[in-house]
Design a protein around this ligand. Structure first.
Ligand SMILES: NC(=O)C1=CN([C@@H]2O[C@H](COP(=O)(O)OP(=O)(O)OC[C@H]3O[C@@H](n4cnc5c(N)ncnc54)[C@H](O)[C@@H]3O)[C@@H](O)[C@H]2O)C=CC1
Ligand SMILES: CC(=O)[C@](C)(O)C(=O)O
Ligand SMILES: [Mg+2]
Ligand SMILES: [Mg+2]
Length: 347
């Protein structure tokens, strides 16, 4: 593995140069990779693996999502099946149902995990919280994960553009002595950039923290707070939205992505630099206790319990959709829709 110095800490990573796609194809040559579930990660990973020349089939229950798989080019009876048929045919089972649905389907999946097969996850959830999920694989199968660090939608889009999301990988159980090479081959096959190693516990703990924190929860919270203060002080929705969200996503974050925070700062006025350098610490101090509370809630499994309880209810989708609609219909995001419609490339 390549040794990379991450800010003073040397870590081993796997790059596409040292584990090229050709090697992944060789490792997986005799495998039938069954992607179970065609929600968000399912399509991204399955299509990328198919385009990478791997032997992939999809298992999805009948309904709207099955039809989406057909629309994406999967052919019923050829490489698209009902879940049980795909489980039976697959030698590497990619368990890409929602984390809550994985609990419900587990007794069925387990029946098909015969000796020498592999069970692949994209999250450490099911295994780490096994007391809650009941997901305990048989001892004679390999169990590993590759977790793309981003949405399945982005995984696919970046792949099509010739780019790749980074993924973590972890081996939980090596029954055949080949779990590690299969795991890395799968991680490359789904279209990852470089790979960093973790374990199931660390993957799920960091992932749940990240999505509740800066990636999704905290960012909406901080947007809403600033937007409200601007509105309460007489600024128009267009001004408040532009100064809170639009400028960040359109102008400043791409600069951070390209070359880091200091470089984004350096491309802003010295007035802005002075203010940002003064104010980032108070924001850090104000929010750190919330991040500590969040991490604690993840560590004590309160987050897992809540997500399992709520997402296992029969009407969980309707409830999530209602909350997403509330967000979409808030003034800030309605202002956002108007702002997006006025982007030059859209008018
Ligand atoms: N959404 C994402 O981009 C990411 C997801 N992951 C992980 O990947 C895995 C899959 O997540 P998503 O793609 O978001 O899942 P999802 O919520 O989109 O659901 C995937 C599939 O589950 C099926 N499903 C739901 N309930 C079912 C049931 N009771 N019986 C049978 N099928 C059922 C749906 O039809 C759908 O095909 C999870 O472990 C998740 O944590 C990891 C990284 C990012
Ligand atoms: C996209 C991703 O990696 C997340 C946010 O962790 C998830 O969808 O669970
Ligand atoms: Mg996640
Ligand atoms: Mg994630």
């Amino acid at each position: 593995m390549a040794k990379i110095n991450f800010g003073g800490v040397v870590e081993d990573v796997v790059t596409r140069e040292e584990f090229p796609l050709e090697k992944a194809r060789q490792v997986l040559a005799d495998q039938t990779i069954a992607v179970i579930g065609y929600g968000v990660q399912g399509p991204g990973q399955a299509l990328n693996m198919k385009d990478n020349g791997l032997n992939v089939i999809v298992g999805q229950r009948k309904g709207k999502t099955f039809d989406k798989a057909v629309a994406d080019g999967w052919v019923p009876g050829v490489n698209l099946f009902e879940i049980e048929e795909a489980l039976q045919k697959g030698t590497i089972i990619c368990y890409l149902l929602s984390d809550a649905a994985q609990i419900e389907m587990w007794p069925t999946v387990k029946k098909y995990l015969t000796a020498g097969k592999s069970l692949y996850f994209s999250h450490g959830f099911g295994i780490t919280y096994k007391e809650k999920t009941g997901i305990i694989p048989p001892a004679d199968v390999d169990v590993f994960l590759a977790a793309p660090k981003g949405s399945g939608t982005s995984l696919r889009r970046l792949f099509v553009e010739g780019k790749g999301l980074n993924s973590s990988f972890a081996i939980y159980q090596d029954a055949t002595g080949k779990a590690r090479e299969k795991c890395i081959a799968m991680a490359i096959g789904v279209g990852s950039g470089y790979l960093f190693e973790t374990d199931f516990y660390k993957e799920v703990t960091s992932d749940l923290t990240g999505e509740r924190g800066t990636l999704m929860g905290a960012i909406q919270g901080i947007f809403a707070a600033q937007y409200e203060v601007l509105r309460e002080n007489g600024h128009s929705p267009s001004e408040a939205f532009n100064e809170t969200v639009e400028e960040l996503t359109q102008s400043l974050m791409p600069l951070v992505a390209e070359n880091g925070m200091d470089w984004m700062y350096a491309n802003c006025s010295t007035t802005a630099q002075r203010g940002a350098l003064d104010w980032w610490r108070p924001f850090k101090e104000a929010t750190k206790p919330v991040f500590e509370k969040l991490y604690h809630s993840v560590k004590t499994q309160a987050e897992a319990a809540r997500s399992i309880d709520l997402n296992s209810q029969p009407d969980y989708r309707v409830k999530l959709e209602a909350e997403l609609t509330e967000l979409r219909e808030s003034e800030m995001w309605r202002a956002g829709a108007a702002v997006r419609s006025l982007r030059p490339e859209r008018t």
